[in-house]
Design a protein around this ligand. Structure first.
Ligand SMILES: Cc1cc2nc3c(=O)[nH]c(=O)nc-3n(C[C@H](O)[C@H](O)[C@H](O)COP(=O)(O)OP(=O)(O)OC[C@H]3O[C@@H](n4cnc5c(N)ncnc54)[C@H](O)[C@@H]3O)c2cc1C
Length: 454
């Protein structure tokens, strides 16, 4: 394959996609609005670290990058739940040694991706923002931010990985070539850093994602390789109780932390300064259709289907987009056919993960506190041990099984939830559950999972 391809956005998806395109012989030009993040640090408060899971890892392996990425990763075996009373409980994510999530700093991962893409031949144009597109004249407008100049480049083909506020998506909508809706959650987030202890030691158990669920809101913390944790506070934007509107003053926020998250507060001596300085972020789900304009333009990653962060899947899903597109590059087809096929292949799965991500917010901030939740989790793992080809917890299908499409995970997950709910009604321990009857139900209602092509 040869020819010039324009990629917009040098965040998570753009460099990985650029690299895969370059490996297939394309001449790739990548335009990124920000300065080169290898030289200028990313602005604070933009999800400093992320959970990498099986789908993301599969894509990084496809690109041959896991060796470079591995030293950046901190394994997380499960959730460490910090209860109201100050006690903690550990809920494992999975039950096999490889069923882990990996915390990675966004900036470090980005450096590896950009370096590798550059080495593969991608030309990066930093501080160049897409300002619009003229689909009739097949031109994209680019602004060189350092020079303050605007110019046009030929459109075809352009792949936009320019994030949830995508300029190319907006241009498609303005030209009447797509419709898009952005649903912003009524909750917001703020990131805070828990500093490392002496000798760069982690001050909380480093092998877990820590959660302080408090019903309508929560605090979480993910470990970093340097011994720090990135904590994220999720609160409603408005409202009289715990909300960002009600906690505008540092004093009010400090009081909430002293009451609800005293163990976390004790680890942040500079809490007041951080709370005052760090921005509040929004979270949205993007619904757009179609994602392509003939063979001229395609939206991928958050530009096409941004989701809320509660399943830790936005980047993983965007990386999976790159694998799907890379497979399509192998076929001897034109860009129009490839883009249309990508749209058809990804729509159902990305809609499913968008719904599951919203669901997971309720689970993390609320359901996780319910003793029945722990019982159902334990029962799920027991069923997976007994019927590994039929019953895999939904969370595990999403996080650890890249071979199970999101939509399939959602469908099977709904049946499983029904079975678990019925089987644990009135039960307090696993011994109360009628396991033989439940296994018979599993066999009757859940067909064995067939591996792709199997
Ligand atoms: C709080 C939070 C926590 C998250 N946690 C996780 C997690 O644990 N795991 C996970 O998988 N996902 C997580 N995500 C989601 C993840 O961050 C996104 O899904 C992922 O970054 C999408 O990658 P992208 O390349 O599509 O967009 P981005 O990473 O947003 O990259 C877009 C790039 O385009 C550039 N750009 C924007 N506009 C223009 C323009 N006009 N011209 C040129 N360039 C432009 C931007 O500067 C940026 O570099 C989280 C998100 C948030 C907000």
């Amino acid at each position: 394959m040869t020819g010039r391809v324009v990629v917009l956005g040098g965040g998570c998806t753009g460099p990985l996609l650029g690299l895969l395109l370059a490996r297939r012989g394309c001449e790739v030009h990548l335009y990124e609005r920000r300065a080169d993040a290898r030289r200028v640090p990313l602005p604070a408060g933009r999800s400093i670290n992320l959970a990498l899971a099986a789908r993301g890892i599969a894509a990084l392996e496809r690109a041959g990058l896991m060796e470079s990425v591995r030293p950046l990763l901190v394994p997380m075996r499960g959730r460490r739940v910090h209860d109201d009373g100050g006690g903690t409980r550990f809920l494992p994510y999975g039950q096999r040694p490889h069923e882990l999530l990996w915390a990675v700093a966004r900036a470090d991962l980005n450096h590896v991706l950009v370096d590798a893409a550059e080495a593969a031949g991608v030309t990066f144009h930093f501080e160049h923002a897409c300002r619009g597109a003229d689909f009739a004249r097949r031109q994209i407008e680019i602004e060189d931010l350092a020079a303050g100049l605007r110019f046009e480049i030929p459109l075809a083909p352009v792949i936009a990985a320019d994030g949830s506020g995508s300029a190319l998506r907006q241009a498609m909508v303005a030209a009447g070539l797509a419709t898009a809706r952005e649903e912003t959650l009524a909750h917001r987030y703020k990131e805070l850093t828990i500093p490392a202890g002496p000798g760069a030691a982690h001050r909380l158990a480093p092998d877990a994602l820590h959660i302080w669920p408090r019903g309508g809101y929560m605090l979480i913390a993910l470990p970093n390789v340097d011994g720090t944790f990135t904590a994220t506070l999720f609160l409603p934007a408005e409202g009289a109780g715990a909300s960002f509107a009600a906690l505008e003053s540092v004093g009010a926020a400090h009081a909430l932390f002293a009451r609800e998250f005293p163990d976390a507060l004790a680890l942040m001596p500079d809490f007041d300064a951080q709370y005052a300085a760090n921005p509040v972020g929004r979270m949205s789900t993007v619904y757009a259709a179609p994602w392509h304009v003939a063979g001229d333009a395609l939206l991928v990653g958050d530009a096409a289907h941004a989701i809320v962060p509660f399943h830790g899947q936005g980047m993983n899903c965007a990386f999976e987009d790159c694998v799907v597109l890379d497979d399509l590059l192998e076929a001897n087809a034109g860009w129009a056919a490839r883009f249309a096929r990508f749209d058809a292949l990804r729509r159902e799965d990305t809609a499913a993960i968008a719904r599951m991500a919203i669901d997971n917010y309720t689970e993390m901030r609320d359901t996780v506190r319910d003793p029945r939740f722990a019982l159902q989790k334990a029962l799920s793992l027991e069923l997976e041990r007994r019927r590994p080809d039929r019953f895999i917890p939904r969370y595990s299908m999403v996080m650890f099984h890249a071979e199970i499409p999101y939509a399939e995970a959602e469908r099977r997950g709904a049946v499983q939830a029904e079975l678990l709910e019925a089987a644990t009604r009135g039960c307090t321990t696993l011994a109360d559950v009628d396991l033989p009857a439940l296994i018979a139900e599993v066999d009757a209602r859940l067909a064995p999972i067939t591996p792709p092509g199997g």
